[in-house]
Design a protein around this ligand. Structure first.
Ligand code: SF4
Length: 430
């Protein structure tokens, strides 16, 4: 069944689930659940945020008829591996002052289609500054239609991939024409929002709060605490720093909760001092470029986004990575204006379009509780606190994906499957 533009995503997903399992037309129908969905779905049943478990949600989706239930947390960890590696690569090339390299600093995150769409339309000059990484949803789709298809001995077109998302913009993201495999097979076939899923569960009498816990399916059903944080403002940055710190310094980051970029402030900022591991390429570059003291700050490029700049050498063989988080598009515009005027400078910037991030997404259940996004955010922080693994690079399922399939982060294959491009002016109908 191809996607029919005139029919809502959720209706087409249900139509796929309603094909009898013994029919030759039945596809292998899989679900993948975004971080912010798991804390808000309880509200569809009149319960407070976070009062049903991710395991109950996995069970509910199985009872709806999905053949397998995966966790988008896996792809959020994968995003950190790819995006963190890209950031480090940009830092190295910046230090090496490579005139051939066309990816400047600062780097902006790319996992929010609301931000990407606004950037393409209103700030096309920023395209080179935005990470080329696909969002976790689209990475998951690409992994399902290749790695998983191979493991299950299925043709990609015989898998129907359904994302459960807090976001109405994720449908347009999945519809982008280049988000597909060869032959035009879509990476993500349909997107259901949290609120739509709540309605469908109730209509089909799947009583989520009464269900037992079950596990997400392997091999792409595990995620770290860092991945959980993708569901709220500041979370992508926090997860990225947990990994980048260890990759750059060779040491574990002791303070896992970065309070400076937690909470609901409109613009949040932090700086992290990193001493590259002795003998590493970054340590060598620092030695060459910053032997005594930092160079005077100067524009990094003559492009239209100048004077965004970087001056991260401390003279002690360390980098001070300056990060910022824009909570909502209004704050993103304010932050970009300040950066372009040179009033502030950052090396890595997270932007999420919805105030509070995905916990406040347009696809979440409606609530009259004015504190609902704070409560959803607190529920995500709690899941991170309790996670057995809290750093993305420690996720064994992601490590196995690289070993068995991708090689290493930012490899040629990883670029083909997990990275994307942007279109100045935006994509029609989004
Ligand atoms: Fe979607 Fe909003 Fe999350 Fe962006 S912040 S991915 S628009 S829910």
């Amino acid at each position: 069944m191809e996607r029919d533009e005139a029919v809502a995503h959720w209706k087409q997903a249900l139509a796929e689930l309603d094909v009898p399992k013994d029919s030759p037309k039945r596809k292998y129908v899989v679900a993948s659940v975004a971080p912010a969905v798991r804390v808000a779905i309880a509200e569809s049943f009149g319960l407070p945020p976070g009062s049903t478990t991710p395991g109950q949600l996995a069970e509910a989706l199985r009872r709806l008829g999905f053949d397998a239930v995966y966790d988008t947390l896996f792809a959020a960890d994968l995003t950190i591996m790819e995006e963190g590696t890209e950031l480090i690569h940009r830092l190295k090339e910046h230090l090496a002052a490579n005139p051939e390299y066309d990816k400047p600093l600062p780097m902006f995150t790319s996992c929010c289609p609301g931000w990407v769409g606004m950037m393409e339309k209103s700030y096309p000059d920023l395209i080179p500054y935005v990470s080329s990484c696909k969002s976790p949803q689209m990475m998951m789709g690409a992994v399902v239609k290749t790695y998983l298809a191979e493991k299950k001995a299925l043709a990609p077109q015989d898998i129907c991939m359904v994302s459960v998302m807090p976001c109405v913009r994720k449908q347009g993201e999945a519809d982008r024409p280049w988000h597909c495999q060869s032959g035009g097979v879509r990476d993500v076939d349909h997107v259901i929002t949290t609120a739509e899923l709540g309605t469908v569960l109730k209509e089909r009498n799947v009583q989520l709060p009464e269900l037992p816990d079950s596990q997400f399916d392997n091999p792409i059903g595990d995620g770290s605490g860092g991945a959980v944080l993708f569901g709220t403002t500041g979370g992508v940055m926090e997860a990225a720093l947990r990994t980048a710190y260890e990759v750059i310094t060779g040491q574990k980051m002791e303070r896992l909760q970065l309070s400076e970029i937690r909470g609901m402030d409109g613009i949040k900022a932090a700086s992290v001092t990193l001493k590259p591991a002795p003998g590493s390429e970054l340590a060598g570059l620092l030695k060459t470029r910053c032997p005594v003291k930092p160079p005077a700050a100067k524009p990094d490029t003559a492009g239209p986004a100048a004077p965004l700049h970087w001056d991260g050498c401390t003279g002690e063989g360390e980098i001070t990575l300056r990060v910022a988080v824009a909570n909502g598009l209004g704050n993103a515009k304010k932050l970009i204006t300040k950066m372009q005027s040179g009033e502030v400078g950052y090396d890595f910037v997270e932007v999420m379009a919805c105030p509070a991030g995905c916990v406040g997404g347009g696809g979440q259940p409606r609530s009259t509780d004015k504190q609902v996004t704070q409560k959803r955010q607190a529920a995500l922080y709690d899941l991170d606190d309790k996670a057995a693994i809290r750093r993305s690079h420690e996720n064994p399922a992601v490590q196995k994906l690289y070993e068995e399939f991708l090689g290493e982060p930012n490899s040629h294959k990883a670029h083909e499957l997990l990275h994307t491009h942007y279109q100045a002016g935006g994509v029609e109908n989004e």
